[in-house]
Design a protein around this ligand. Sequence first.
Ligand code: 3AM
Length: 175
Amino acid sequence: MCVFFGLELDSDTKRAVADWRDRYGLAHGQPVPADNFHLTLAFVGEVDHRHLETLTQAVDQWASGYTVGAGRLVLDQAGYWQKQRIYWLGPEQPQLELARLAVKLQNLAGPAGARRQRKLFVPHVTLFRSCAEPPPAPVVAPRIDVHYQHFTLFETLQGRQGVSYRALQHWPLNR
Ligand code: 3AM
């Protein structure tokens, strides 16, 4: 199974992201279904059940003593990465605490076989994949609040209808 850590978006936030995309964020690419919107913290990759158990136990153990706060961020910029060919929304403000969480999760995922990510963590919600060309600059910038109170281990499922994500486990963040 293929897994990653991320932040879930609640249904109102997903709807707000989809509304902004429908109005101002059109691009030539494959639109991500609104149900799939999420913010990736750390990609793990393929794991077997044994590694999955080791991973969740390691996170449980770390989580019992952590002090990462629940929080809020604002999706207020649109971006395009040519190499990944994705169009995304993200916060302009640096998210130091989330970045630390992302690095911690990457490190905890190492023994489960995750490759160390060399790229800097850039929090983003992917709107379109397979965007061959940069989308036009939006005429209205996004401004969407994201409140998060937990992080989640997701499994990526490949179905006939395409990809979907299943939440396997949540870990609360301290208020
Ligand atoms: O949700 P986004 O687009 O940020 O691009 C994949 C997606 O990110 C990324 O993991 C998220 C959930 O699938 N991903 C997929 N394969 C990857 C890989 N080999 C990867 N990230 C890093 N390395």
